[in-house]
Ligand binder design. Structure first.
Ligand code: FES
Ligand code: FES
Length: 177
């Protein structure tokens, strides 16, 4: 049937059929917490799945997987993003920082330390995302008041309701109080 569509793998060799069935994939090189990685991923892979499933960095959490909770927040080129909504394949050359990359050896990042001092978590599931978002919030300078911090941290949901203490921890880190 010249010019017609071939339905399914009929007429193809086994390897060609497998290739035809395989989802489109590509290679991407990016830096995560200072370490360069080159990986081949299904083009639909999110940055969150790349981190958790391919690089064994499970600090970033999967809450909603739909951009609504902030549990997956990481920094990409210094900006906070929901990694569940970010396609890994589009991050060629990017610098990614996750919660695993914040501490300097045994020395916690000041915001990690502040979360402990302010007792700013209960179950801890949202905490990596809260801390990464808080780092972004401080870098962006959105820390003029508790209300401003609350507004600019509003993409990060805490089911345990630790908001007051989370805001205090961000404030302590930004202003030393
Ligand atoms: S898991 Fe990404 S926003 Fe909820
Ligand atoms: S500490 Fe439990 S969800 Fe925030």
């Amino acid at each position: 049937m010249a010019g017609g569509l071939v339905a399914g793998p009929f007429g193809l060799g086994a390897e060609e059929a497998a290739a035809a069935d395989a989802p489109p994939s590509g290679r991407v090189s990016l830096t995560v917490n200072g370490k360069r990685h080159t990986v081949t991923v299904d083009n639909r892979t999110s940055l969150l799945d790349l981190l958790r499933e391919h690089l064994d960095l499970t600090g970033s959490k999967k809450g909603c997987n739909a951009g609504a909770c902030g549990a997956c927040t990481v920094l990409v080129d210094g900006r906070r993003v929901n990694s569940c909504l970010t396609l890994a394949i589009r991050l060629e050359g990017a610098e990614v920082t996750t919660i695993e990359g914040l501490a300097d050896g045994d020395e916690l990042h000041p915001l990690q330390q502040a979360f402990i001092e302010q007792d700013a978590f209960q179950c801890g599931y949202c905490t990596p995302g809260q801390i990464m978002s808080g780092v972004g919030c401080i870098q962006e300078g959105h820390t003029g008041s508790k209300d401003e911090i609350g507004e600019w941290m509003s993409g990060n949901i805490c089911r345990c309701g630790c908001y007051v203490k989370i805001v205090r921890a961000v404030e302590q880190t930004a202003h030393g109080k």
